[in-house]
Every structure is written in structure tokens, then in C-alpha cells.
Design a protein around this ligand. Structure first.
Ligand SMILES: [Zn+2]
Length: 186
């Protein structure tokens, strides 16, 4: 069981810090994925980021967050911090989080949400086609990956937390993401 206050703080960071940035980036043609790096003790953000594919298709939300973080002249040790991703990371981002040295990863939307609710199939396809797996393992030698949605569902405060989660999901649903798939078609 996870401390409700921790879950609430992570939801609030998504709602109040990542989403405003993502809403702005999506209006510029970027994708929905965002990230935040949090201090373990205060659960305040050190950095937030959001997809920046307009500049570079490799700048997924997690990569944008990491790029911003590593530009800080003084920064805490990633091993002492939490990486919060709005969506379960693709293989590139999962590896980048491992390479950067983060040990605690939290994700809001899972791979099923990404494929079904968000209609984004590429991440699952790369995992399947390139690596022959269905996604990043929650327990591995580099990090432990936790599901924020699952933790909310089993929390004693699931009703109050669920209200914040509902609001977040509605805001993601209302995002008008530019479809770039035709740009890759032959
Ligand atoms: Zn990614």
C-alpha cells in the first residue's frame, strides 16, 4: 500500500504542472506524453517536461524532461529522486530513465491505455517487433515501476484521489493531438 499523500502529490503535479505544459505543447503540434522529476522527501518537482516532437521526434516527454533536468547546473542524484511519467514509457524512454540512474519510476497511464484510449500503437509495436516483449518490466535491475492508477484504485482514499484522477483523464481526453501518421505513410 502506498501513502495516500504521496499519490495525491503526484496526481497534483500531473494536473497542475505537467498538464498546463502539455496543453500548450499539444497546441503547437506536440504529443501528449509528459514527465516530472520529484524529490523523494518533499514530493515537489525538480523539473517537468512534455513531448517536443516538433523539434526532434526523439524528444518524447520523458526525454524532454531528462534533457531539461541535465541542463541544471546543480542537480540532485537521480538515484535519490522519483521519475513520474504520464504514460508508461516506450523502449527508448525506459532505457533513458535506466541510463540516467533513476530507481523509482511511477506511471499514470499504462500500455493498454496508450494503445486503446490514446490510440497510439507505435510504442507497443516497437516493444513487440524489436524486442519480442510487451513492455518494460515493472521489476528490473535498474528501476521499480509503479502504476499510479493501480495504487489509487487500492488506496483507502481512492474516492478523493479518484476525483483528481477523473479531472486529469478528462483533460487528456479533451486534448486535440495532431495526427502525424500520414506523414510517415508511403
Ligand atoms: Zn518514449
Amino acid at each position: 500500500m502506498h501513502d495516500s499523500e504521496k499519490l495525491q502529490k503526484m496526481l497534483e503535479i500531473i494536473r497542475d504542472e505537467i498538464l498546463p505544459l502539455t496543453e500548450n505543447e499539444v497546441s503547437r503540434g506536440n504529443n501528449v506524453f509528459g514527465g516530472a522529476i520529484l524529490r523523494t522527501d518533499t514530493l515537489t518537482s525538480v523539473m517537468v517536461g512534455s513531448d517536443n516532437r516538433v523539434e526532434n521526434p526523439l524528444f518524447h516527454g520523458e526525454i524532454d524532461t531528462l534533457n531539461r533536468f541535465f541542463k541544471l547546473p546543480v542537480r540532485p542524484d537521480p538515484g535519490e529522486l522519483i521519475f513520474l511519467a504520464t504514460h508508461d514509457p516506450c523502449p527508448m524512454c525506459a532505457a533513458a530513465i535506466a541510463v540516467a540512474g533513476f530507481k523509482e519510476l511511477w506511471v499514470l497511464f499504462g500500455y493498454k491505455d496508450i494503445a486503446e484510449t490514446f490510440g497510439l500503437q507505435t510504442d507497443a509495436e516497437i516493444y513487440r517487433e524489436v524486442f519480442g516483449v510487451e513492455g518494460a518490466r515493472p521489476e528490473n535491475a535498474f528501476f521499480t515501476k509503479h502504476s499510479l492508477k493501480k495504487a489509487v484504485a487500492t488506496s483507502p482514499d481512492k474516492e478523493a484521489l479518484g476525483e483528481i484522477l477523473d479531472e486529469i483523464e478528462k483533460r487528456y481526453e479533451s486534448l486535440d493531438v495532431k495526427d502525424t501518421s500520414e506523414e510517415h505513410a508511403d
